[in-house]
Design a protein around this ligand. Structure first.
Ligand code: FAD
Length: 290
């Protein structure tokens, strides 16, 4: 690997504290650009390196190997563009917290959709990549276009419903960088603050707190991964420091210094038991990086 010509490059960068699982060894090199110009330069340099590459936002949906990542990790958390374009349209950089968008833009203007995005940790870029959301809707549906940096340069991709699915999308290949995008909201005739308070209270009541990635598995069509795992009697199952939450079976918690293998072991256990008992193949939502 060439020596990076940036003051925002850090060798042997610890990744566990950069993830909400708090698991994983260091990245061989991390690039932490503070704005889009630096990000473009970092990406161009990164492309020339033969090592593996990873893009990370808030780290709320990744599980990283104990050995760490043997290549370059580009963080997009510094991309904090925010332009109010008028007519309820906003150009928002990937580095903002999704929660910032919910509170400072959607709630502040009583825009529709707070029920879809309330309480989801992580960055705007990660939310776009994952099409994060809830039963009430998802990130991409509030977008007009998305800005993506790829090997061919910058592309502004118009957002259409065919471009996103439940917790996924087809406009950003792994390794491409979502710089941000254009969001368009509509003013609601319902009190969005009450909706926000309702969903925050619901999460506090139904979801465990601690190191985790939220839902480990996507819900299979017409069912809930948590219901299936619970029906297999797996609530409270343990491997090392990891546990399938007794509160919500689709949450696998890093309770006590769990290692990567502890959590992956529980993921495999849940998958195989649900397959045997219900013939359903659970698909992980969490991104496993090894
Ligand atoms: C307590 C808890 C509750 C949660 N609840 C929900 C929920 O209700 N609904 C839901 O959908 N999710 C939920 N999640 C999961 C997670 O918060 C979302 O998937 C979130 O949108 C991920 O954003 P991030 O910035 O943390 O992404 P990261 O974890 O950093 O990355 C996730 C994926 O996106 C890619 N990525 C990230 N940023 C970029 C970028 N700028 N360009 C290109 N690729 C990028 C990464 O390579 C990786 O593959 C929850 C997680 C936790 C811990």
């Amino acid at each position: 690997m060439e020596t990076p010509p940036f003051d925002f490059a850090v060798a042997a960068y610890p990744l566990a504290p950069a993830t909400l699982y708090n698991v994983g060894g260091p990245a061989r090199l991390a690039l932490l650009p503070r704005n889009e110009d630096e990000c473009r330069a970092a990406y161009a340099w990164m492309l020339r390196q033969p090592e593996r590459k990873l893009i990370l936002g808030g780290g709320s949906n990744v599980l990283i190997a104990d050995e760490g990542f043997p290549g370059v990790v580009l963080f997009t958390t510094g991309l904090k563009r925010l332009d109010d374009l008028g007519d309820h349209r906003y150009s928002i950089g990937s580095g903002h917290d999704l929660d910032f968008v919910v509170r400072e833009i959607m709630l502040a203007n009583n825009y529709d959709g707070v029920g879809a995005l309330t309480g989801i940790p992580g960055s705007v870029g990660g939310a776009i990549y994952m099409n994060a959301g809830t039963v009430n809707g998802s990130t991409c549906q509030f977008m007009e276009s998305v800005d993506i940096l790829g090997p061919e340069g910058l592309a502004v991709i118009p957002m259409t419903p065919e471009r996103y699915t439940y917790r996924g999308q087809n406009f950003c290949a792994p390794g491409d960088v979502i710089l941000g995008g254009l969001f368009r909201f509509t003013v609601s005739d319902q009190d969005q603050r009450a909706i926000y308070d309702h969903y925050i209270a619901r999460r506090l009541e139904k979801q465990p707190r601690g190191y985790c990635c939220g839902s480990v598995f996507k819900n299979p069509p017409g069912d809930h991964a948590g219901r299936l795992i619970e029906a297999c009697g797996l609530k409270g199952a343990r491997r090392g420091g990891a546990v399938i939450s007794p509160m919500h079976a689709n949450f696998i918690m890093n309770e006590n210094n769990a290692g990567f293998d502890d959590i992956v072991g529980l993921i495999q256990l849940a998958r195989s038991r649900v397959r045997e008992q219900f013939g359903v193949e659970l698909e992980p939502e969490v991104r496993i990086i090894r």
